[in-house]
Design a protein around this ligand. Structure first.
Ligand SMILES: [Zn+2]
Length: 147
């Protein structure tokens, strides 16, 4: 999902993708690119926000990118809830509080959907793949229309 036309190059080949700014790996990559040296994992960035300009800048840009994406998805799909998964879900209130505020600001004409963090953390993809495999291996019986 593009959130910044003409933005940074994404691994998919496009520019300005949400993943480029707001994934856990992107935040850490962007922090290091700005000269940040105090964090070696993304989880170490939120405690640095008060006194590390590189950490604060990449975190703020990630929040804005996520808020842009969530507000666009909300306008299109009107979701009941937004659940943030993956490594970023470990950030807790350092992510949720500013993200809720930034999303509400962008959706001034309506309430923002509730935003929460997944408890599946970085294993969400693994759980989803397992569920899909179970569906493929054990399909629902098909309804019969033959009386
Ligand atoms: Zn991309």
């Amino acid at each position: 999902m593009m959130v910044n036309s003409g933005g940074e190059r994404c691994t998919c080949g496009q520019r300005g993708c949400l993943e480029t700014y707001a994934s856990a790996s992107a935040i850490l990559r962007r922090y290091k690119a700005r000269g940040g040296t105090r964090a070696i994992t993304t989880e170490q960035i939120p405690p640095l926000l008060a006194d590390d300009r590189s950490a604060a800048a990449v975190w703020s840009e990630a929040i804005e990118a996520l808020a842009q994406g969530i507000s666009a998805l909300t306008a299109i799909f009107d979701p009941e809830e937004i659940i943030i998964g993956g490594g970023l879900s470990l950030a807790g209130p350092a992510l949720l509080d500013p993200l809720r505020a930034a999303t509400s600001l962008r959706l001034g004409w309506r309430d923002a959907p509730p935003i929460s963090l997944s408890t599946a953390t970085s294993r969400a993809g693994l759980h989803g793949a397992g569920l899909m495999a179970g569906t493929v291996l054990s399909p629902e019986p098909r309804a019969s229309y033959a009386g």
